[in-house]
Design a protein around this ligand. Sequence first.
Ligand code: S3P
Length: 428
Amino acid sequence: MTEAVARPSEALKGTARVPSDKSMSHRALMLGAISAGVTRVSSILEAGDVLSTASALRAFGVSVERIDGTFIVRGDAWRTPARMLDLGNAGTGVRLLMGLAAGQGALCTFTGDPSLMRRPMGRVLDPLRAMGLQADDREGRLPVTLKPSQLRSFTYELPMASAQVKSAVLLAGLGAQGPVTVIEKTPTRDHTERMLKAFGADLETDGHRITLTPGARLVGQTLAIPADPSSAAFPIVAALMRPGSEVVLPEVMLNPRRTGLFATLRRMGAEITEEHLRLVGGEEVADLRVRASPLKAVKVPASDVPDMIDEIPILAVAAASAEGTTRIEGLEELKVKESDRLAATAGLLTAAGVTCRTGDHWLEIDGGDIRGGGTVDTDHDHRIGMATLVLGLSAQEPMRITGAEAIATSFPGFATLMASLGAAIESA
Ligand code: S3P
């Protein structure tokens, strides 16, 4: 198990491109895997989670090659995998692939690391079974075995705000006998819908209803993946908190279902400006310029949370330095992330001497001086590790993490990139 430490730092300065978007990277490989011809994905996220998806696709007979930094996917020959598919830490990888594989009539077994093994899979299996899928599971957890099944036309109202569940049903729908409709009360990230359309699928969105009609021929595409706003969140908050900082983060994706953190930080007083707006991979992107800013506490309603579902730990870190008490509502989904992130976020704040309170669905953080001096185990959760290290940059005493290797699931080179901006973060 590797360790990392963050010490009180001077101002952050400079320009650094954070790694590419994890959600788009998974989807680009999966859609390439079921499309005719060749898909070329440049600037893909080469991190644990996405490499797990690539390796699972190879086990299905899909060719995924890396040539001069571009991933080349050829997907015409699906076969039964000869081994169990280990998706490691990748919740998106396993849930979307279950939907895709169910639609392809695959016989296969999925498993994962200790974090993925404790995460709920019933949320995906329930609708897939209602479509006709035969599957074995271990009380709604991995390992899950899918059996070749004919899937029916289906309409599903999502019981929770989850892009993974929505995507699994739509991807399964590609192989169903008739149209599949997903109704989502709260909109979630729509990368699957955008990318399905770009590859040629027959998909229509009408308010809260998304309908995929199977039968259209999907054709391989050439696309580039922009920088991940969920990864950009860490240097952004670090720069806001260190007086005198000014950093530029190029090509950050600005899909409105992903930018809730930026909106909330601006409400807290953050100076984050968007420069050179343009399109990359079918998504709007900008270079973000961030200047250190005194932050004020805010109330975050439950309705704001889905657009920043992965950013709550780092928002809590920003709140620790804000003037006043920040309250965040609607956090029930946080309990089933890579760790119980509601408990883990409260744990990292407490380890740094920050006063916070949690309820079943909410978190309150009292802003003020940050003592630091604590050690936090990531428990296989990359974002808990990075949030702790960013907190350490603004604490009086260093913050340490164990299980630092988890960070590579989404942000390989995190310590090096942060150090290039002047942050005192070292891997031990
Ligand atoms: C993701 C959806 C979200 C998010 C995860 C990535 C995706 O999960 O937390 O990191 O790529 O679809 P849920 O679908 O469980 O909300």
